[in-house]
Design a protein around this ligand. Structure first.
Ligand SMILES: Cc1ncc(C[n+]2csc(CCOP(=O)(O)OP(=O)(O)O)c2C)c(N)n1
Ligand SMILES: [Mg+2]
Length: 585
C-alpha cells in the first residue's frame, strides 16, 4: 500500500492544478496565448513525475502541467510562461503554456517541446538511443542517481497524437534497439473534437502490440493509487531491464481543449457527465478520507493550495515583460569558427574528387572525436552509401558508430535533436535531396526551433548530408534541388560547396558548429564526370583546414575595362552554379 504521505503530496498538487485552471479561466483576457490545462489527467501525470530522478529525461506534452508540478516546478514558474513573461524559465516568453525545457542537475532533463502533436516521439527516442550509446560505450559520461541508478526516458503523448506516422518510426526504432524508454499515452478519447471512434480502430495499447519487443500495460489514469503502482513498477523495471514500455492510461478530459477551443463547441452533456464522473480530484479526496485523513486536514491542504495560487498569480502578473529587442536572440548558438584556418593546399597533396574529400573529412572527424556517430540508409557496412560517400567508415569505426537505418527520414533527421542533447554529435544522411521531405517536418518543427525556443539551452549540433542535383540518369525523383525550400527555415545553416577543398573545409566547420548544418553535396560534382566540372577536383586540404560559413570566394575576376564600360556583371552562386557561370563567362 502506498504511504499516506505520497497521497497527501499528490492531493496538494492536484488541488493546486485545480485552482490554477480556475484562475486561468477567470483571467483569460490577460493570458497572452491560448492554454491547455491538465484537468482530468492529474493523477497519471503526478504518478509519473513521482518516479522521475534527476538523471532521467522526460518529454511532457502541452497538457502535462501536473507532471511539471510533480517534478518540482512551482506554479509561479509555470505562470510566467502562461503570461509570456521575460523570466519564463523555459522559453523566455516565446512559447505557449506548458511547453517546458530544462537543463539542470536537480531535475530530469527536458529537451525542446514543440506544439506539434506526436513529434516529440522521435527526438525523445533519439535521447534514449543516446543514453544507450553512452551506457555501452561512454559509461563514465552517463549521469547516475544517488544510489547509482541508471537514467530512463519518458515520452508523454496524447491518445490522438499516436496516429501520427512519426510515432510509428520512433517505436520501430525503440523496439529494434531495445531502448530504455517509456511511452506514456494519456487517453481522453478526444483529439480536439475528433473522437476516438471516428479516428482509429485501436487504442495505443492495442497498437503497441504490433511493435514486437514493446512491453505494454494499461491503467485507470484517473486513480492516483493505481497509476502510482503501475508507473512505479514500469519505471523500476525499465531502469533495471533497459527495454521499452508503453503505458496506456485512460483519463477524463475535464476542461476545454484549450482556452480557445471551448468544450461547449463540440461536447455533449452526456459526454461531459461521463468524464466528470472520473474526476481524479474527488477520487483521491475520498481515498484520503477512507485512509483516516480528517476533513479538517483536507480542507487545510485545499486552502493552502488556493492561497499559493493567488499569491503566485499576482506575483507572475507583476513580473517584467520580455524586452522586444531580445526577439532575435538564440536563433543560433554562437559558433567559434569565424576565420579560415589550416592548410588549404599542401604542396605535396594529391588531387581528390569531391566525394572523397567529404569521405576523408568525415573519417578525420570520427578519428578525432569519439562522440561523432554516422547513420542513415545504406551508409553502414556492405555499401557505405549509395554514392560510396561513406565507404569503409563502418569497418573502420565499428557498427556502433556507423550504422544503417530503416527507411525513415523523419527518424534520421529528428533523432539528432535527442542525440545531440546527450552530448553526442550525429552526422546523418538522407539518400537523395528529393527524399528530404519525409524528414522535413522534423527539420522545421523540431531541429530548427530547438535553440530559439529553449533560449539556447538545446541547440541541435548535427550535420545532415544531402546528395543533391542532377547527374546521369537521375530523373524527376533523384535530381531535385531543394535549397530554396531549406533557406526558408530559420535556425538552419545550409552549405553548398562547389569543389573538394571547400567540401572538406566546410564539413570540418559544420562539425565544430553548435547549430544544425545541412550539407548539400551535388551529385554531378562528386566525381567531376559532368563536362566542365574538372575543377571540382582539388588538392586535398590538410587535416587542420577549416572553412567558415558565409564567406564567398572569387572564382573569376572581371576585366577592368569591361567593368568601366558596363559590360560586366556579378554572379553570386554555389555548387554546380559555379560551373554554369564559368561556362557562360
Ligand atoms: C502536427 C499537429 N497537427 C495538429 C495540431 C493541432 N492540435 C493541437 S492539439 C490536437 C489534438 C491532440 O489530441 P491528443 O493527442 O489526444 O491530446 P489531448 O489534447 O486530447 O490531450 C490537435 C489536432 C498540432 N498541434 N500538431
Ligand atoms: Mg486526447
Amino acid at each position: 500500500m502506498i504511504d499516506n504521505s505520497i497521497l497527501l503530496k499528490a492531493y496538494a498538487l492536484m488541488s493546486k492544478a485545480k485552482f490554477m485552471a480556475e484562475t486561468y479561466e477567470a483571467n483569460r483576457s490577460i493570458c497572452k496565448y491560448v492554454h491547455s490545462t491538465s484537468r482530468g489527467h492529474e493523477a497519471i501525470q503526478l504518478a509519473a513525475a513521482f518516479q522521475l530522478q534527476p538523471q532521467d529525461f522526460v518529454s511532457p506534452y502541452y497538457r502535462d502541467e501536473s507532471m511539471l508540478l510533480g517534478m518540482g516546478f512551482t506554479p509561479y514558474e509555470l505562470m510566467l510562461q502562461l503570461l509570456a513573461k521575460k523570466e519564463d524559465i523555459f522559453t523566455g516568453g516565446r512559447e505557449y503554456y506548458s511547453h517546458p525545457n530544462y537543463k539542470g542537475v536537480d531535475k530530469p532533463t527536458i529537451i525542446h517541446q514543440s506544439s506539434a502533436t506526436g513529434m516529440q516521439a522521435i527526438p525523445t527516442t533519439g535521447l534514449a538511443y543516446g543514453v544507450q550509446f553512452k551506457e555501452n560505450y561512454k559509461p563514465d559520461d552517463l549521469p547516475h542517481g544517488v544510489n547509482d541508478e541508471l537514467p530512463i526516458v519518458i515520452c508523454s503523448l496524447g491518445d490522438s497524437s499516436i496516429t501520427e506516422g512519426e510515432v510509428s518510426e520512433a517505436m520501430q526504432f525503440a523496439v529494434l534497439k531495445q531502448l530504455p524508454i517509456i511511452y506514456l499515452v494519456q487517453d481522453n478519447n478526444w483529439g480536439i473534437s475528433v473522437s476516438a471512434a471516428e479516428s482509429r480502430t485501436m487504442n495505443a495499447f492495442e497498437y503497441a502490440a504490433g511493435f514486437k519487443g514493446m512491453n505494454r500495460i494499461q491503467v485507470d489514469g484517473s486513480d492516483f493509487e493505481a497509476s502510482y503502482e503501475v508507473l512505479k513498477y514500469v519505471c523500476d523495471w525499465v531502469r533495471k531491464e533497459r527495454k521499452p514500455y508503453l503505458v496506456h492510461a485512460q483519463v477524463p478530459l475535464l476542461g476545454h481543449h484549450t482556452s480557445g477551443v471551448r468544450k461547449e463547441f463540440y461536447r455533449s452533456e452526456d459526454d461531459w457527465t461521463k468524464h466528470i464522473a472520473h474526476d481524479p480530484n474527488p477520487k483521491l479526496r475520498k481515498k484520503l478520507a477512507e485512509r483516516g485523513v480528517g476533513e479538517e486536514e483536507i480542507l487545510k491542504i485545499e486552502t493552502e493550495a488556493n492561497d499559493t495560487i493567488k499569491i503566485d498569480f499576482e506575483k507572475a502578473i507583476a513580473s517584467p515583460e520580455p524586452d522586444p529587442s531580445s526577439v532575435e536572440d538564440f536563433v543560433f548558438a554562437p559558433t567559434t569558427v569565424i576565420n579560415e584556418s589550416g592548410e588549404r593546399s599542401p604542396v605535396d597533396a594529391e588531387k581528390v574528387l569531391m566525394v572523397d574529400a567529404a569521405l576523408y573529412a568525415i573519417r578525420e572527424i570520427m578519428e578525432d572525436h569519439p562522440e561523432a556517430i554516422l547513420y542513415g540508409q545504406d551508409v553502414g557496412k556492405r555499401l557505405g552509401g549509395v554514392f560510396r560517400e561513406a565507404a569503409t567508415l563502418a569497418d573502420r569505426f565499428g557498427s556502433h558508430r556507423v550504422f544503417n537505418t530503416a527507411i525513415q527520414e523523419a527518424f534520421i533527421v529528428g533523432s539528432c535533436v535527442g542525440i545531440s542533447a546527450m552530448g553526442l554529435k550525429p552526422i546523418v544522411e538522407v539518400q537523395f535531396a528529393d527524399y528530404i521531405y519525409p524528414g522535413f517536418n522534423q527539420l522545421a518543427s523540431e531541429v530548427s526551433k530547438s535553440c530559439y525556443l529553449t533560449c539556447g539551452k538545446f541547440p541541435v549540433s548535427m550535420i545532415l548530408r544531402v546528395p543533391i542535383g542532377a547527374y546521369g540518369g537521375g530523373g524527376p525523383y533523384h535530381s531535385g534541388s531543394i535549397e530554396t525550400t531549406l533557406l526558408s527555415i530559420k535556425g538552419l545553416k545550409v552549405a553548398y560547396p562547389s569543389n573538394a577543398a571547400d567540401m572538406k573545409g566546410l564539413i570540418k566547420a559544420a562539425y565544430l558548429d553548435p547549430n544544425p548544418v545541412v550539407m548539400l553535396e551535388h551529385k554531378g560534382l562528386y566525381w567531376s564526370k559532368v563536362p566542365g566540372t574538372d575543377e571540382a577536383k582539388t588538392k586535398e586540404p590538410a587535416r587542420d583546414y577549416i572553412l567558415p560559413f558565409g564567406k564567398a570566394n572569387i572564382v573569376l575576376h572581371a576585366d577592368k575595362n569591361k567593368i568601366v564600360n558596363g559590360e560586366s556583371c556579378v554572379i553570386i552562386t554555389y555548387g554546380m552554379g559555379v560551373y554554369w557561370s564559368k561556362a557562360a563567362a
